[in-house]
Design a binder for this molecule. Structure first.
Ligand SMILES: Nc1ncnc2c1ncn2[C@@H]1O[C@H](COP(=O)(O)OP(=O)(O)OP(=O)(O)O)[C@@H](O)[C@H]1O
Length: 269
């Protein structure tokens, strides 16, 4: 046993003539909080999309607890134990908070289409089980009081938490968060940080985030991988990465201020 929950080996993704991710190798230790950072267009989301089965790598292997994920569909990757959130909020705005989480739970439901149409006992049991699980998750992220509220009526920071709750409802071993702090004010970001720590500490779920908020990344991550133009240019502990000349150059080369890699300071690539 490697002690790693995820082992990504020499993964490359080409889109026509463009190499979005170039020969990247990265391991995620079990029960850790790690980050993937890099300037705009570095290949971070493409990297997540390969792990979650949205894209098939051009080359390379991705193993979850030793099981090869390349070739699996996104729903099969979810079943295998990886959940994710997206850069842009993707909630069902006409559904309540609780129903949004029940959709996430659906991948674990035992009843099928026929049960749903015929409203069998199995269907009702599965529905109840999904509802119970949704409430537990809503309480966990501190949104219990919003269970009947339409997702779209929740404050922005709470919508982001609801997405995390929905991902957690699939009972993942690993959760991938794509820019979870995007658009948040400092207070919401502090709340988010505490929640991410609880996800790991209380649920035992390994966390990997893509994030542009460097204060959050540096204070939350145990290990950081840096991509630039699709290639891994650095990795290590937060202080190692922060002081790595290659990382500074990747950001400074795009006009960021020294020591501050925050998104607002970078021109969009
Ligand atoms: N489906 C696609 N087809 C063609 N090119 C793509 C596709 N998806 C991503 N790319 C390209 O791959 C490169 C990496 O994009 P990606 O979105 O992975 O970067 P990123 O690091 O997540 O950027 P950001 O921080 O801006 O979200 C970019 O040049 C992008 O235009």
């Amino acid at each position: 046993m490697s002690g790693n929950i995820l082992d990504v080996q020499n993964v490359t993704k080409e889109f026509g003539g463009l190499t979005a991710v170039n020969d990247v190798t990265m391991s995620i230790p079990e029960r850790s909080i790690v980050s993937v950072i890099g300037p705009n267009g570095a290949g971070k989301t493409t990297f997540f999309n390969m792990i979650t089965g949205i894209y098939t790598p051009t080359r390379g292997t991705i193993r979850l607890g030793g099981r090869e994920l390349v070739g699996l569909r996104p729903d099969q990757v979810t079943q295998a134990g990886i959940a994710r959130t997206f850069q842009n909020i993707r909630l069902f705005s006409t559904m309540s908070s609780e129903e949004n989480i029940m959709v996430g739970r659906h991948s674990r439901l035992k009843s099928g289409f026929v049960d749903a149409v015929l409203h069998t006992k199995k269907f009702h049991e599965s529905e109840q089980e999904a509802r119970d699980a949704a409430r537990i998750m809503l309480d966990f992220v501190g949104l219990g009081r919003w269970k009947n509220e339409l997702a779209t009526n929740l404050p922005y920071g709470d919508q982001r938490k609801l997405e995390i709750a929905r991902a957690l409802a699939t009972t993942p071993k690993l959760i991938l968060l794509d820019e979870p702090a995007a658009g948040m004010n400092p207070r919401e970001t502090e709340d988010l940080k505490a929640l991410i720590r609880r996800v790991r500490d209380e649920l035992g779920v390994t966390v990997c985030l893509i994030e542009h908020d460097m204060r959050l990344v540096m204070t939350l991550s145990e290990y950081i991988t840096v991509l630039d133009y699709g290639s891994k240019i650095s990795e290590g502990l937060p202080h190692q990465v922060r002081n790595d000349p290659r990382v500074m150059e990747a950001y400074l080369g795009r006009g960021a201020a020294a020591g501050e890699y925050g998104k607002e300071e970078r021109p969009h690539a």
